[in-house]
Design a protein around this ligand. Structure first.
Ligand SMILES: Cc1cc2nc3c(=O)[nH]c(=O)nc-3n(C[C@H](O)[C@H](O)[C@H](O)COP(=O)(O)OP(=O)(O)OC[C@H]3O[C@@H](n4cnc5c(N)ncnc54)[C@H](O)[C@@H]3O)c2cc1C
Length: 463
């Protein structure tokens, strides 16, 4: 039996980063992957979807070109070419990852890894013993008994990436970020999209103002939104999906995309052989160590914030802990983004969360305040014709502590990073107001919103 320092199972943004970080510290590392290097993020998630979002951005620019005096008649959209480009992007990043692993002397084994007890992992008939094991096997899309994906008419998020023609109509079940991103992509390409959501609004885990802004924008773009509605049944008849929703209402579409969350990949992983405890997701401490010392778990498998950059941060904490670092995982400042049109991004607490956790439980109760600043008040968004959206800050009215920031509009995902740095550095909102940003840019909304907080924003008229 081989004996090494680290075995990592799963090569997503959690697993491959753990493998490289351990190798950087001189450890012997084997990385086991049963499908494609890069995990869901590179192959079925972040990168391919954002590849499509980029193509749709180009389409939007072409559609708006006449306003800039540029004629673009005769435009043809080829979904097969969009998919082809997206696949080339994925392949290019995969090559880069392969090269990095090779240069860091990470031994990659293709196969399905399984714990068999005694810190031994079995893969393709081989057994490898490791001082440390890192589990990073990710997650898979949830299914619904009333609408079981068949990959043809009823799809999950993996299947929708395989479409190389444009459906005429699509019902998307689930108004979370994955459902909304697909709604945005397909609708802009020309599909008639309906979103069906059980909750009262889209994106229930983000600040309500972001969800409401997206609903308004989606409706303007022709996307039908049915909230507070449950899918009761779905069947395929005559080449169409026929859907019954609460109240007996019927819908019909060429495709039904089921986007109702994801579950951790734990089946067949041999967790019982190491007595690792699971409660829906794998239980870990603040250093990402499972209930079995020396075995760590991270990423979607532990389900805390199922995002690629969180998985990568957890990999840094886990590997650091093995080498004696005592820095725990800190979830206070976790930015997230939704790549719809308009783009949305958040960091910290939503206004609702801040009110719930600070105004009611803090002693003495904190007074929560929020302010908004519209992009329409700035030069660059106006010159670009992209004035939709706002920056919103949530903070402690007395101390001026920034508790959360929320952005709807172009470049939201890039802009949110500044607020993440400010929160990490415990900057006061007034300090953001005193920071100089370049003119003309979208980032000028950062000090302007902070000045709205202090009551001194120049580009908001006095009430
Ligand atoms: C459509 C979509 C869009 C997304 N967009 C974003 C985004 O824009 N930004 C963002 O931050 N996040 C996004 N995500 C979420 C992101 O992809 C995940 O949070 C991230 O991939 C989790 O990383 P991970 O390392 O935990 O595992 P994963 O990336 O899921 O990788 C796990 C890997 O483990 C392998 N594996 C599983 N079991 C075994 C086994 N027994 N043996 C060997 N290998 C195994 C799998 O094949 C897989 O390659 C998106 C997800 C989806 C589905």
């Amino acid at each position: 039996m081989d004996s090494i320092d680290f075995v990592v199972i799963g090569s997503g943004p959690g697993g491959y980063q753990a493998a490289i970080r351990a190798a950087q510290r001189g450890a012997s590392v084997t990385l086991i992957e049963e499908k494609h290097l890069g995990g869901v993020c590179l192959n079925k998630g972040c990168i391919p979807t954002k590849g499509m979002v980029t193509s749709v951005e180009v389409l939007r620019a072409v559609r708006q070109s006449e306003e800039h005096g540029i004629q673009s008649s005769g435009m043809v959209v080829s979904v097969a070419s969009i998919v082809g480009r997206r696949n080339r992007v994925v392949a290019k990043i995969q090559q880069g990852l392969q090269y990095l692993l090779q240069k860091n002397k990470v031994n990659v084994i293709h196969g399905r890894g399984k714990l068999v007890g005694g810190k031994v992992v079995e893969v393709s008939g081989r057994q490898i013993q490791a001082k440390t094991i890192i589990l990073a096997t990710g997650s898979h899309p949830n299914s619904l008994p009333a609408a079981k994906p068949d990959g043809n008419f009823i799809l999950n998020s993996d299947h929708s990436l395989d479409l190389n023609h444009l459906p005429g109509s699509m019902v998307i079940l689930g108004g979370g970020y994955i459902g909304c991103e697909y709604a945005s992509i397909f609708s802009q390409l020309g599909t008639k999209v309906t979103i069906l959501e059980l909750e009262e609004r889209l994106l229930m885990n983000m600040d309500a103002d972001l969800g409401r802004q997206l609903e308004r924008s989606f409706k303007k773009q022709g996307i039908q939104i049915l909230t507070g509605k449950k899918l009761e049944a779905a069947s395929v008849e005559g080449g169409k999906v026929r859907i019954t929703i609460s109240g007996g209402e019927k819908l019909e579409a060429e495709k039904l995309l089921v986007s109702v969350g994801r579950s951790p990949n734990i089946d067949g992983l041999g967790l019982e052989s190491e007595k690792i405890q699971v409660k829906g997701h794998l239980l870990v401490n603040e250093f990402m160590e499972t209930t079995t010392p020396g075995i760590y778990a991270l990423g979607d498998l532990v389900g805390k914030f199922p995002l690629a950059h969180v998985a990568s941060a957890q990999a840094r904490i886990a590997v650091g802990h093995v080498f004696g670092d005592k820095t725990p995982m800190d979830y206070r400042v976790v930015p997230s983004a939704v790549f719809t049109y308009p783009e949305l991004a958040s960091v910290g607490l939503s206004e609702e969360e801040a009110i719930k956790s600070h105004a009611t439980t803090a002693a003495p109760p904190r007074d929560i305040k929020s302010v908004k600043f519209p992009f329409a008040a700035l030069g660059k968004p106006v010159s670009q014709g992209e004035t939709e959206g706002f920056v919103k800050l949530v903070g402690d009215a007395k101390s001026g502590e920034l508790l959360g920031a929320h952005i709807a509009g172009l470049h939201a995902a890039e802009l949110i990073g500044t607020f993440a740095v400010a929160m990490k550095a415990h900057m006061k909102i007034s300090e953001l107001a005193e920071t100089i940003f370049t003119h003309p840019t979208y980032s000028e909304a950062i000090p302007e919103t902070a000045e709205a907080w202090t009551g001194s924003a120049v580009h908001i008229p006095p009430r």
